[in-house]
Structure formats: C-alpha cells, structure tokens
Ligand binder design. Structure first.
Ligand code: UDP
Ligand code: MG
Length: 153
C-alpha cells in the first residue's frame, strides 16, 4: 500500500478550507495515517522546494508557505500517490480540471491550496521529512474490504 504527503497550504487554512480538503480525501476512501499542524522553517522549505532553487518565485513561495501554519497529512491507499495528484489538479489552479481541488476552489499558480508528492520515491522522502516514525499510524481499516477488491490489494 502506498503512502503520500499532502500539505494543506496557508491559503487553504486562511480560507477555512481545511475540513473541505480533508473530507475530499476521506470521501475518496483514502486512509489517514498521520496529521499535524506545523509552522514551516526556512531550512525545511529549502529542502522541500530544492527542485525550485533558481526559479524567480523561489523566495516568494517560501514567504507564502511561512505566512500561516500548514496542515501536514499522510494518506495511504492503493496507487495513492497518483490518485492524490489527480485529485489536486495541475499547478496553475485557474486552468485545473473542474472536479479537482485546485480546479474547483482556487485561481492562483502560487496559492493553489495543496502540495502533493509527485512520485513514489518523492513521497517516501517527503513523508519522512514531515513526520517522525511515531507520528504515523498503522491500524486496521475495517471498511477496507468494501473499498478494494481482494485482487487490488
Ligand atoms: N509555484 C509558483 N509559481 C510557479 C510554479 C510553482 O508559485 O510558476 C509554486 C506553487 O505553489 C506550486 C509550488 O510552487 O504548488 C511547487 O511547484 P511544483 O512545480 O512542484 O508544483 P506542484 O507539484 O505543487 O503542482
Ligand atoms: Mg511539486
């Protein structure tokens, strides 16, 4: 079973969309295995956005991500890295597909409500970056037999 990192960004916290976003992932039948509110440090953001060093918006995105505490979540499910990316929609929210989080709820490239890991390898690194091992939970998911067929697990 895959795990992926979702960050509910400052714009979502300010716009009172935390519940809506968590509910979307819950209703999809993803399993919540970790969640916490965090004020992000400059060092952590340097690491998290290292692929964007040198881009003209690098300083701005860090200032934005430090403007308000965020909610970090770890979700679990079959193929959940790709599933969550699809649910979030493309980076430029005003062009994101209707039905996606960004497509339904945002207009900006920067203030696009959520971060989601973009590959299985990235997800493993990012989950470990934001969560200590004792902040992630393995527990029985009693509805699991009704979420997946036995051959999908
Ligand atoms: N971003 C931005 N301007 C851009 C591209 C990205 O402000 O031209 C911000 C935006 O918040 C985005 C984040 O930087 O979500 C990380 O960029 P990435 O390309 O990884 O997009 P994502 O994976 O979030 O869709
Ligand atoms: Mg990204």
């Amino acid at each position: 079973m895959e795990r992926t990192l979702v960050l509910i960004k400052p714009d979502a916290v300010q716009r009172d969309l935390v519940g809506e976003l968590i509910q979307r992932f819950e209703r999809k039948s993803l399993k919540l295995v970790g969640i916490k509110m965090m004020a992000l440090s400059d060092d952590l953001l340097d690491e998290h956005y290292s692929h964007l060093v040198g881009r003209d918006f690098f300083a701005e995105i860090k200032t934005f991500m430090r403007s308000t505490p965020i909610i970090a979540c770890c979700w679990e499910g079959v193929d959940c890295v790709n599933t969550v990316r699809t649910m979030c929609g493309i980076t430029k929210a005003r062009e994101a597909a209707p039905g996606s989080i960004r497509g339904d709820l945002a207009m900006s490239v920067q203030a696009n409500l959520v971060h989601a890991s973009d590959s299985l390898e990235t997800a493993e690194v990012e989950v470990a970056r934001f969560f200590n091992a004792n902040e992630l939970f393995a527990y029985e998911d009693v509805v699991n037999p009704f979420v997946y067929s036995s051959r999908e697990k």
